[in-house]
Design a protein around this ligand. Structure first.
Ligand code: PMP
Length: 428
């Protein structure tokens, strides 16, 4: 018997590269929000934020093909593609955030952002939330709290918890009290970094807190963190790898939901619609400092093919008005999720923003004890009904619903129907 694809994968890539589902799906093609499996099954993609404007978007494919057929080089030569893309991208940020350093992955972008922060502040102390992921380089392994790493937290890193107003413990409390307690934890973490002589280099925040399970944070929380970090001499990095490019609806960047102006913004996943493309957006001052102290070069970053792809993604977002659509469809879907979650006391309220939703599944309604096993069963049931999504959060009990921005009205009945039916099956 021939070995299965799964066996061949284990024999080459190994067993530790994560796979979704009890029975992994072999995919062979995709278009828009649809994925086609080797057995012919079509799935609605309600998980993937990378194919932002839709899988295999013809305009992205053509931009890639045309540029690849013309010229692909690194940035040691002059080429208009990267500059035109940089101009367009930067025009979408606030004044002051007017320099871009391209990279090939979110990890690389975050690694560079931390280097810029360390060189500007002369400090090494880093603050992270206590359930987050920002990438896989050595430095980032040392700040990872939301996945297992051999390295563990580096000594110059402190993690603080993110409050969720929907938690059982917080539901009866005044928002101001939750906020004060949460910011006091940030104060303590900063004090420790200062006491130990690390100083305050940077805090990194994923501004929708997706790895954390989409907690509903108190008004003023993110601004409060930024004020404290800045008062201690540090910078604020907004990791927009998940929240960016209109995911949260209405606005292009997740940090804008919090009235925050970061010092560094990192972008990845959706930027290239599947092509490896990422960036650090920052100020002239920070980039000048970095450039004056480092001979920095990155072979693939900012190459004309990547730039053509990234630029086309922005144009498609404009032409198809995807951010507005994310806001409109997001509000619509949210109403349906609100109705669904209200029907079951074992479901928490709808969380997230724009086209990024979640809700918690609990084993004990009154005490809100997370129920990862049932959540997994629901995710499998949704898959059996032709829709792909996942789960997040420290307890793995928050459904993660994050379709490509290309999702349209006509797809909603299948999305909602599959989720509703699987939940009814698991909880009724
Ligand atoms: N930041 C966040 C918030 C992410 O979700 C991820 C990837 N899951 C990264 C950074 C790292 O990006 P990449 O996998 O492209 O290195």
């Amino acid at each position: 018997m021939n070995p299965s694809l799964l066996d061949r994968r284990f024999a080459t890539i190994g067993r530790h590269s994560p796979l979704f589902y009890d029975q992994p799906i072999e995919l062979v093609s995709a278009s828009g929000v649809w994925l086609t499996a080797a057995d012919g099954t079509r799935y609605l993609d309600a998980y993937n934020n990378v194919p932002h404007v839709g899988h295999s978007h013809p305009r992205v494919v053509e931009a890639l093909r045309a540029q690849a057929a013309t010229l692909n080089i690194h940035t040691r030569y002059l080429n208009d593609r990267v500059v035109a893309y940089a101009e367009d991208l930067l025009s979408r940020f606030e004044e002051g955030l007017d320099r871009v350093l391209f990279a090939n992955s979110g990890s690389e972008a975050n690694e560079i952002a931390f280097r810029l922060a360390a060189q500007h502040t002369g400090a090494t102390g880093v603050l992270v939330t206590d359930w987050s992921y920002h990438g896989n380089t050595r430095l980032l392994a040392g700040i990872t709290t939301g996945l297992r790493t051999f390295e563990g937290l580096d000594p110059n890193v402190r993690a603080f918890p993110v409050p969720d107003l929907d938690d059982a413990a917080n539901r009866e409390r005044a928002e101001a009290d939750v906020l004060a307690e949460a910011l006091a934890a940030v104060d303590r973490a900063i004090e420790q970094l200062l006491e130990h002589g690390y100083g305050m280099s940077a805090v990194i925040l994923e501004t929708i807190f997706s790895t954390e399970g989409l907690p509903r944070v108190p008004e003023g929380y993110v601004q409060g963190i930024a004020e404290r970090v800045r008062a201690a001499g540090g910078l604020v990095i907004a990791d927009e790898v998940q929240a960016g490019l209109g995911r949260t609806g209405q606005r292009l960047w997740g940090y804008q939901r919090h009235g925050l102006l970061p010092d560094l913004v990192t972008l990845g996943k959706p930027m290239g619609n599947g092509h490896p493309l990422a960036a650090v957006i920052t100020t002239d001052e920070l980039l000048e400092e970095f450039g004056s102290r480092n001979e920095f070069f990155n072979t693939f970053a900012g190459n004309p093919v990547s730039s053509a792809v990234g630029h086309e993604v922005l144009r498609i977002m404009d032409d198809e008005r995807l951010v507005e659509r994310a806001a409109r469809l997001g509000a619509e879907v949210r109403r349906d999720f609100d109705a669904l979650t209200a029907r079951y006391d074992r479901l928490g309220p709808t969380k997230g923003d724009g086209l990024f939703f979640g809700f918690g599944v609990f084993g004990d309604a009154a005490r809100r004890i997370p129920d990862a096993t049932t959540t997994k069963r629901i995710v499998e049931g949704i898959k059996a009904r032709g829709v792909l999504l996942s789960r997040i959060g420290p307890h793995g009990n928050v459904l993660k619903i994050r379709p490509p921005l290309a999702i349209e009205d006509e797809h909603l009945p299948q999305l909602l129907g599959a989720i509703r039916a699987s939940i009814d099956e698991a909880l009724d």
